[in-house]
Design a protein around this ligand. Structure first.
Ligand SMILES: Nc1ncnc2c1ncn2[C@@H]1O[C@H](COP(=O)(O)OP(=O)(O)OP(=O)(O)O)[C@@H](O)[C@H]1O
Length: 356
């Protein structure tokens, strides 16, 4: 692994619990990792510790095989060859774009510096912008200049902490894709922090979900969504609810009972196997497991709806009183208070012990 974080512990003085608690993960060279989690879960602390801006109390960080943080060792930030783009990492307002980008290149001869500045500006789509002043640029362009400035000295690792959080939603989504392309073109290994799932999915080769200092899962987006390792990850990623999982045998077949009616087949067999391990369990019902079907015998009342372009996210209440969420194509525009038919369409089941 190019970046190797192993059993890392970071605890602020006077705090009862560590901000980062026994966290381990790795990034291969050229890979982009994303840390995601609710406010206060320790993402920024972890990133700052990798950067060398916070001391670790335990564990090890290796960069390209070399320990940069270990018991008795904390390599200073400036010796780690790490580039950083932070939300509040503003450009120098009195320097033009070229001087901003060339800021970390003072060791290079003038001509080489100018060539490298031109090269990274080209990379971020701002070729020829050297003479422009930061205030003449849009927020998105300024962040691309900040990215160019961080990339210019050829860091071995890039760290980005919510670099788009001051920008509007549409621009954020576009920039997320652009930044991924730029980092890939620069063949840079990068670790990115966000609390926005769509941003994480757009950027990350691997995504780590953190909660209260712990890393619950480190996996690609597909695995996080479909095979969440813990109940917290299942709840945090995507839209869904938990319902009690029970199986029964009907005419010799195993049937999974859900609030949306019985489910047969592979999903039922999988649920039965999981329940056989003992103890009550809950079944995750994602919004895309709940299908609107006028013919379905189970009806649900539309409580809320959020328009998302191609689909609605409906919040539905069943006659049994339980709430479920459903993604429904947006041409099915039902009124609040209307009752619509719903059924479960489970490809596989995700279950966790109750109360876990
Ligand atoms: N300098 C500090 N001194 C003491 N405690 C701190 C310090 N910085 C952060 N903390 C605490 O450490 C925990 C993790 O904070 P951190 O900023 O790493 O979380 P985060 O996931 O990045 O949150 P956010 O998304 O809100 O930025 C929180 O409980 C926070 O209050």
């Amino acid at each position: 692994m190019f970046l190797d974080v192993s059993h890392l512990v970071v605890q602020y003085a006077g705090r009862a619990r560590p901000a980062v608690a026994d966290v381990s993960f790795g990034l291969a060279a050229g890979e982009i990792g994303v840390l995601i989690g609710p406010s206060g879960c320790g993402k920024t602390t972890l990133l700052r510790t990798v950067a060398g801006l916070e001391p670790a109390q335990g564990g090890e960080i290796r960069l390209s095989g070399q320990p940069v943080s270990a018991p008795g060792l904390q390599l200073p930030a400036e010796q780690r060859r790490i580039g950083m783009v932070f939300q509040d990492y503003a450009l120098f307002p009195h320097l033009d774009v070229g001087r901003n980008v060339g800021f970390g290149l003072s060791a290079l001869p003038k001509a080489e510096r100018a060539a490298r500045v031109a090269e990274v500006l080209e990379l971020v789509g701002l070729g020829g912008a050297e003479r422009r002043a930061p205030h003449e640029l849009s927020g998105g362009q300024q962040q691309r200049v900040a990215l160019a400035r961080a990339l210019a000295p050829r860091p071995q690792l890039m760290l980005l902490d919510e670099p788009f959080s001051n920008l509007d939603v549409e621009l954020r989504e576009r920039l997320a894709h652009e930044v991924r392309a730029i980092l890939k073109a620069a063949k840079t290994t990068a670790l990115f922090v966000t609390h926005d799932q769509l941003e994480a999915f757009a950027i990350g080769d691997a995504i780590g979900v953190m909660h209260e200092g712990q890393l619950h899962q480190w996996a690609d987006a597909y695995t996080l969504y479909h095979r969440p390792a813990t109940r917290f990850v299942a709840d945090f990623i995507g839209h869904g609810v938990f319902a009690p999982a029970t199986v029964s045998t009907v005419d010799g077949h195993v049937v999974l009972q859900t609030p949306l009616g019985p489910v047969n087949g592979a999903a039922a067999a999988q649920a039965a196997a999981s329940l056989a391990q003992g103890g009550p369990q809950d079944l995750l019902l994602r919004a895309d497991d709940v299908v609107h079907d006028d013919e379905a015998p189970v009806k649900a009342e539309v409580m809320r709806k959020a328009f998302r372009g191609s689909e609605f996210l409906y919040t539905l209440r069943l006659a049994s009183g339980e709430t479920v969420l459903a993604h429904v194509p947006s041409h099915h525009d039902h009124r609040i208070g209307e009752w619509i038919g719903v059924r479960a369409d489970l490809d596989h089941v995700v279950m966790f012990p109750r109360g876990g």
